[in-house]
Design a protein around this ligand. Structure first.
Ligand SMILES: NC(=O)c1ccc[n+]([C@@H]2O[C@H](COP(=O)([O-])OP(=O)(O)OC[C@H]3O[C@@H](n4cnc5c(N)ncnc54)[C@H](O)[C@@H]3O)[C@@H](O)[C@H]2O)c1
Ligand SMILES: [Fe+2]
Length: 462
């Protein structure tokens, strides 16, 4: 029998949800704020306009003409600036008579210092629109540059997520951003998030606001041809964790409280039937194309499919959210010691996709009890044989499936292999705890001991 509280909650939900049309006096936040349910009862899906096709970058100049752009900032990184994606963009801008300035100093894995450098450039340029050409590092830097250039008096921490920053929302309209991803991973082209390493706390944090979402994402698989194997590999594991984490995130009806105003509904809302569609699609793509795309850059079918999957997963995470793999990845990346990955430059750094996947086997063993059937379903879509598997097996089955992918893709053998030992675990846990936005989206609440155990189990994997 339902508890009295459950019945009461349902009555309040029905009361709030009924008769919401303006003609019958629905007054948005006024009505809702008086009866805020302790759990949310609604979710929404926001997404940039997505245009996908081989060679679609050639249209960007026309898009800017259509927007009435007169002074465009093109952002990229020091490597991509000399590659074919930038050439395709600049050719299109020139063909369409667009005036532009190029900022090519984006840091791979941005920091607050590197963002501030880009923000200064944006403030000085007085741009009316932006084009971001690159991976997540470029797109995230461009979003932040736009935000602060449109709010020139803001303090840097004003918009940064709480508790690191003040988590304010911008009231100024931002300039349009066209995002052209050149890696197949982050999905940043459709999300309202900008992630960076906050040097003071040695952990990543971010700015999350739907206003940051690019207006248009041009998804052009031609750009994936030059992506080196290591980048294709780690970016692929970013998609992998986006799909698994958004699929297994707390259901939106379990996250609470409902916001007092729909504008305050968080970017990360929990799993829901629409984000589940994106996640399932991505898991299918990974099963079919991940290995092929990593080991054969000429396999345009595989690389194109992974490029689309990255965007699809972005729509999923951009609305449902990610949880423990990402929450733990932020201090793992932020406390880097001397690990220098191939194809990412010469500085020590832990690529985002590597930082997220190293804890994945342990994370999903931990979360499986929240919804064993969904964990088994994820494993099955990824190719595991789940015939006869019991609910109690779900964590181990999904974990083994993840390890199989990591083994095939020759991922480093756990946190030990990138320079961490058991002594580092307290520091990593300390860095994960402020990631409220992510930890709250996990389907099971977790203690500091739980986080320590997940990290301990991730020191060595194979
Ligand atoms: N905003 C979001 O929603 C979101 C989501 C996930 C991750 N992220 C962030 O994105 C960043 C990682 O982005 P990423 O994985 O896309 O990589 P990246 O942008 O850091 O680029 C990785 C490397 O690949 C190179 N590269 C990029 N495109 C190339 C191409 N076509 N050919 C050859 N080389 C190319 C870059 O120059 C760089 O050396 C991290 O900071 C992460 O935290 C953001
Ligand atoms: Fe990610």
């Amino acid at each position: 029998m339902s508890s009295r509280k459950r019945v009461f909650d349902l009555l309040r939900i029905i009361n709030v949800a009924s008769c919401q049309c303006p003609a019958h006096g629905y007054r948005g936040n006024v009505q809702v704020s008086n009866t805020t349910p302790s759990k949310d009862y609604a979710f929404e899906i926001k997404c940039s306009t997505v245009r996908y096709g081989l060679g679609v970058t050639q249209e960007v100049g026309m898009d800017l003409v259509n927007l009435g752009a007169k002074n465009v900032c093109v952002m990229t990184d020091p490597n991509v600036v000399s590659l074919s994606p930038m050439k395709a963009v600049l050719d299109s801008l020139v063909r369409n008579g667009i005036s532009y300035s190029v900022y090519d100093k984006v840091r791979v894995e941005p920091t607050d210092t590197s963002l501030k450098h880009a923000i200064d450039f944006a403030k000085r340029g007085n741009f009316d629109s932006y084009v971001a050409v690159g991976g997540g590092s470029v797109m995230d830097t461009c979003k932040a540059a736009n935000l602060y250039a449109c709010n020139p008096d803001a303090d840097f921490l004003d918009y940064v997520n709480q508790p690191v920053g003040k988590g304010k929302t911008t009231t100024e309209p931002l300039k349009p951003v066209i995002a052209i991803p050149t890696t197949s991973g982050t999905g940043s082209e459709t999300t309202g998030m900008s992630i960076f390493d906050y040097e003071e706390i040695k952990a990543k944090t971010g700015i999350a606001h739907s206003a940051l979402r690019p207006l248009l994402a041009l998804i052009d698989p031609l750009h994936t041809r030059s992506v080196p194997q290591t980048v294709a590999n780690f970016a692929g594991f970013d998609i992998f964790c986006h799909a698994l984490e958004s699929f297994t995130a707390i259901p939106y009806t379990e996250r609470g409280p409902a916001p007092s105003n729909p504008a305050l509904r968080p970017v990360y809302q929990g799993s829901n039937p629409i984000s589940d569609v994106w996640a399932r699609f991505c898991l299918q793509c990974l099963n079919k194309y991940f290995e092929r795309s990593v080991y054969n850059a000429e396999d345009i079918e595989a690389r194109s499919s992974m490029h689309l999957a990255a965007t699809m997963a972005g729509v999923g995470i951009g609305n449902a959210g990610v949880h423990l793999c990402h929450g733990l990845a932020y201090p793992i990346a932020g406390n880097v010691k001397d690990y220098v990955p191939k194809d990412y430059g010469t500085e020590p750094m832990i690529p985002h996709g590597l930082a997220v996947v190293l804890t994945a086997p342990s994370v999903f063993r931990f979360t499986a009890a929240s919804d064993p059937d969904k964990h088994l379903e994820a494993a099955a879509i990824l190719g595991a044989d789940v015939t006869g598997k019991k609910q109690a097996d779900a964590g181990r089955v999904l974990s083994d499936t993840i390890l199989k992918y990591m083994d095939i893709m020759k991922v480093e053998n756990g946190l030990n292999a990138i320079g961490y030992s058991a002594q580092d675990i307290p520091q990593l846990v300390k860095g994960a705890l402020p990631q409220h936005r992510l930890l709250k989206i996990a389907p099971i609440p977790q203690s500091e001991e739980d986080l320590s155990k997940i990290l301990e189990d991730s020191l060595t994997l194979y």
